[in-house]
Each structure stands twice: as C-alpha cells, then as structure tokens.
Design a protein around this ligand. Sequence first.
Ligand SMILES: Nc1ncnc2c1ncn2[C@@H]1O[C@H](COP(=O)(O)OP(=O)(O)OP(=O)(O)O)[C@@H](O)[C@H]1O
Length: 227
Amino acid sequence: MGAVLAGHGLVKKYGSTTALGGVDVEVGERDSLAIMGPSGSGKSTLLHTLAGIIRPDDGQVLLRGERIDSLGENRLSALRRKRFGFVFQCGQLLPELPAEENVALPLMLEGVPRAEAVARGRRWFAPLGLEGLERRRPGQLSGGQAQRVAIARALAVEPDVVFADEPTGALDQRTSTEVVQLLTFATRETGAALVMVTHDADVAAHCGRVLQVRDGRISGYSQFTIA
Ligand SMILES: Nc1ncnc2c1ncn2[C@@H]1O[C@H](COP(=O)(O)OP(=O)(O)OP(=O)(O)O)[C@@H](O)[C@H]1O
C-alpha cells in the first residue's frame, strides 16, 4: 500500500543555515511518526514542509502520490484545511467560542451549516473523554482538556494526516501520557496518519516509528510494535 504522505529529498535553507539537508520520509494510513532531535535540528521545518506550510527549496512532498509542494497558494491552503488536521503546543482555541463550536469550526470553514458541523464535531467528545464539556469556553478547561478539544478539532474534517507540534509541551507528565494516548488512538480510529514533533521520549514511544533528526538530516530511526 502506498504512502499517505511522503517527502523525498527535502532541502530547506535559510541563508547559510541548512535547516533540511535532503530528508526522505513516508507515513502510511494509521501510521504514526514521531520526529525527535536537539533544538535547532530541523524538526519544525520538516513538519511544516510536510504540511505544506513551508515550501522546500528542493525535493517533493506527495499526498497520496500527488505532488503538493508545487500547488499555488490558494489550492495549497484549501488542501491544508480539508485534508490536514493540526494540533499545536497550546491548543490555539478561540477563547470566545464554546468547545463544541471550536471543534466545528474547520467544518464551518468548509461550508458545512453550523448545526450539522456541531453535530458532526460532537462525535469526538465521548471518545476523547470530553462529554459534558461541550458548552465550556477554553478558559474554563484544564490544559489537558483543552488539548483534547484541539485533537477533536483536528479530526473534525476527517483528515488524511494529523500534524502535531509539541502537543504535550505545556502539560505535566500524567496529562501528557493521557493526551498522547488519546491522540494516537483517535487518529488511528479515523485511518489518518500522524506526524508529531516532540522533545519527550515517553511521548514519542506512543508512535509506531521515531525519526531522529540532527543538523537537518535523519540520524536514526526506530520502530515500535503498537499493541
Ligand atoms: N524562518 C527562519 N529564518 C531563519 N532561520 C530559520 C528559520 N526557521 C528556522 N531556522 C533555522 O533553521 C534551523 C532549524 O530550525 P527548526 O525550527 O526547524 O528546528 P527545531 O528542531 O524545530 O528546533 P526547536 O526544537 O528549538 O523548536 C535552526 O538553525 C533555525 O535557527
């Protein structure tokens, strides 16, 4: 079976800094990949390049075999909205909207009527342990609850790939474990691939594979068997 997302020979330079020096990476359906490495090694650049946020100077990004890095900006941003979900370190939820409307937002941006978008988004509240919190605003949620709302929002469009950039970076260890378990479980349930940057080896160990990046190149690879 072909890769859902692939990067081939990815190069990105900032002046004399080589952030990516020719990286090859692939993720398949239900596959989860953690990207680890020291500060400044190119992890975020790799995630953002795969997600079509940064354009590589050389190499290609393919989504289900189709090249996306050469798309025009409008098509690329439409593709990001429809086919990718994003989870950031701090949920980046809209503070004035209740949880269920934050989750429904990506669907509403795609033209789904509000009531239907909220109903579709609500299916994630029980599996993510958020039942009863639908009307709470982000300021009334704990850090872990807010990250679970962010996961629900990332999954609302039923994306091909979920990108998570330090999704547990602001959480304590116990909450990190809960959040990464839910993130990997819920992403696999939808059949999406997961690409996650993390500094935390315990968090990375929940992914099927771990890619080590150093000085913009892959320096190691490990594979886990997920029960
Ligand atoms: N917009 C930019 N302009 C100039 N240099 C950049 C830019 N973005 C990243 N870099 C440089 O590219 C290299 C890789 O940065 P990147 O943010 O990808 O690393 P990282 O591994 O994600 O780091 P961290 O763990 O600290 O977030 C670094 O040397 C960084 O300073």
